[in-house]
Structure formats: structure tokens, C-alpha cells
Design a protein around this ligand. Structure first.
Ligand code: GRG
Length: 290
């Protein structure tokens, strides 16, 4: 199948699940605020990575679809909290005013907390119902990647580095944790749920290389991207005096390194998935404009 058609099909499937995922028994305001950010668009890369890797390794889409969508809840929580005044203080995300601009800080903090917690309710509910250790392992992988040695830890390094110039090693460490950890964990869930332990290291390497390429592209887009296509403000890194791949290495070198990591990821993608989808997805993420 044509790559773009398959990508849209997968995004549509994820969106259909996300539209009905939040428990209707919660207070109306928190449901509204969670759905405001969750259903505002987004590329749905993390669930799509889980799904496509699971399928490529012999698993069925029904084995992973809902679990994969729960990862998007965690990603959305991180965006809501990252935009808060105490963090990046942004007012545009996914083409809309940020969550706290619409619902106020208190509800927005709770919406993030709600999304994070609800993601684990979903994952653990699936693990209990399926009664399979692979789902417990996958949930643990996501918990660890989201936590203090993963995304939260990366965010701490980011906050502590603001206004300072950091070296390249610290920048890599920050991004491996802040952005790379959840991307890698999303890939690993596909492998774990498909019960293909033999492919674990290849998938791990794929996720790590893709995560770095993804973040360098994010820095490049912040430097020279189009606000309308991105759905968020550009130039924020420079304005906040943040060290980025672009500020440390320059734009041309950043593009070169992003391509190198993406090519490395492509080599693993060919081993993981012989349908070509993962390879095309890797290339799409390198050339994305949003
Ligand atoms: C608040 C604990 C906590 C962590 C925040 C992920 C993160 C850490 C902050 C987001 C800030 C940011 C722009 C990070 C760079 C990479 C990134 C995660 C970009 C956004 O992800 P996409 O491109 O977004 O997948 P969409 O909207 O397509 O889902």
C-alpha cells in the first residue's frame, strides 16, 4: 500500500480510539480539558510506532491498538505540562491556544496528571484482562521511560540548563531522556507485545537512533520551521536562551547529523519490517514540516 495512505489510515484508527478513550464518569471539566489537548491533532507517532512494529513482528493490531493509544495520553500530558508558565510558558500548541490559556493553570495541571494516570489505568487493565506478563513488561517499559530516569529526568536537565551553555554530551543526554526515551519505549512495546524477544536489541537501537534524529529535526524546525504548519511558536529555544543542536552545531551540521541518525535507524527498520512502512516512516520523520 502507498505509504501516505497507510499512515493516514493508522492515524485515523488511533484518533477513533482516542475519541472514546477518556472515562465519561469523571467531572465534565477535566474530561473537556483532557480531550481539548488530546483531540487537537498531532502526528500520533508514538502509537503508530508501537502498532507498526508489533504488526511487522507478527503481532495483531487488536493486540496493541488500545495499549498504544494510552502512550499518546502520556505524550499529551507532557506537552500540557511543558507549556505551563512554570515550564516553557507557551501559548500555542497543536495549532490551538495551550491548555492552561483555555482552562487555567490548575485544571491544566490536573488534566496532565489525569492523562498520565489514566494511561496506566488503561495499560494495566489490559494486562489484567489478557493475563499476560508481556503487557506488564510493556507497561513497566513505558513507566520507566516516562519517569525520573527518562522523560521527567530529561525535563529536569532542560530546566536546569536554561540560560547556560551546555556541552554536546549533556545535550544528547537531555534529549535521549526527554524525547528519546518515550519514542524508544513505544517501539519496544511493539516488540514486547508481539513476544519477539529475539528482536529486542534491534528495536532498541532503532528507537534510540530515531529518537535523536527526531529531536534534532525538532530543533531545526524551531529554528526555521513555519508556525502555521508546526501549530506552535518558533524561535522559542533562542528566546529562552536554550542550548540546542542548532545553537551548538549550527544549522547545516545539525541537518547532517539528523540525516546520519535517520540513516542508522533506517538500517534497523529494514531488519524489523520487510513491508517498507517503518523505513518510509523513518524517512517521513526526517523530512517532516510539523
Ligand atoms: C513535562 C515531564 C514533562 C516533560 C515534558 C516531551 C516534553 C517533556 C516536552 C515537549 C517539548 C518538546 C517540544 C520536545 C521536543 C520533542 C517533542 C516531544 C516534540 C513534540 O512531539 P511531536 O512532534 O508532537 O510528536 P505532536 O503534536 O505531533 O504529537
Amino acid at each position: 500500500m502507498d505509504f501516505e495512505k497507510e499512515l493516514i489510515e493508522k492515524q485515523t484508527l488511533v484518533n477513533m480510539v482516542l475519541e472514546r478513550i477518556i472515562d465519561k464518569n469523571a467531572p465534565q471539566k477535566i474530561i473537556e480539558s483532557m480531550n481539548y489537548s488530546l483531540l487537537a491533532g498531532g502526528k500520533r507517532i508514538r502509537p503508530i510506532l508501537s502498532i507498526s512494529i508489533c504488526e511487522a513482528l507478527g503481532g495483531k493490531i487488536d493486540d496493541i491498538l488500545e495499549f498504544a493509544c494510552a502512550i499518546e495520553l502520556i505524550h499529551t500530558y507532557s506537552l500540557i505540562h511543558d507549556d505551563l508558565p512554570a515550564m516553557d510558558d507557551d501559548d500555542l500548541r497543536r495549532g490551538r491556544p495551550t491548555n492552561h490559556r483555555v482552562y487555567g493553570e490548575a485544571i491544566s495541571i490536573l488534566a496532565g496528571d489525569g492523562l498520565l494516570n489514566y494511561a496506566f489505568e488503561i495499560m494495566l487493565d489490559i494486562a489484567v484482562k489478557k493475563n499476560k506478563i508481556s503487557y506488564v513488561k510493556a507497561a513497566y517499559t513505558i513507566a520507566k521511560a516516562s519517569g525520573i530516569t527518562g522523560m521527567v529526568g530529561g525535563q529536569v536537565i532542560d530546566i536546569e540548563s536554561e540560560g547556560k551553555s551546555i556541552d554536546l554530551d549533556t545535550l544528547y543526554e537531555m534529549h535521549r531522556k526527554k524525547t528519546g526515551a518515550l519514542i524508544t519505549a513505544s517501539c519496544l512495546c511493539g516488540c514486547i507485545i508481539a513476544e519477539r524477544e529475539d528482536m529486542y536489541n534491534t528495536v532498541l537501537q532503532y528507537g534510540k537512533d530515531l529518537g535523536i534524529a527526531f529531536q534534532i529535526v525538532d530543533d531545526i524546525l524551531d529554528y526555521e520551521g513555519d508556525i502555521k504548519k508546526l501549530g506552535k511558536n518558533t524561535g522559542a529555544d533562542k528566546q529562552k536562551n536554550k542550548s540546542t543542536f542548532v545553537s551548538i552545531l549550527g544549522i547545516e551540521e545539525s541537518k547532517k547529523i539528523a540525516k546520519e541518525y535517520s540513516m542508522k535507524a533506517t538500517e534497523s527498520a529494514k531488519i524489523i519490517d520487510n513491508s517498507g512502512f517503518l523505513l518510509n516512516l523513518t524517512d517521513y520523520l526526517l523530512h517532516r514540516e510539523s
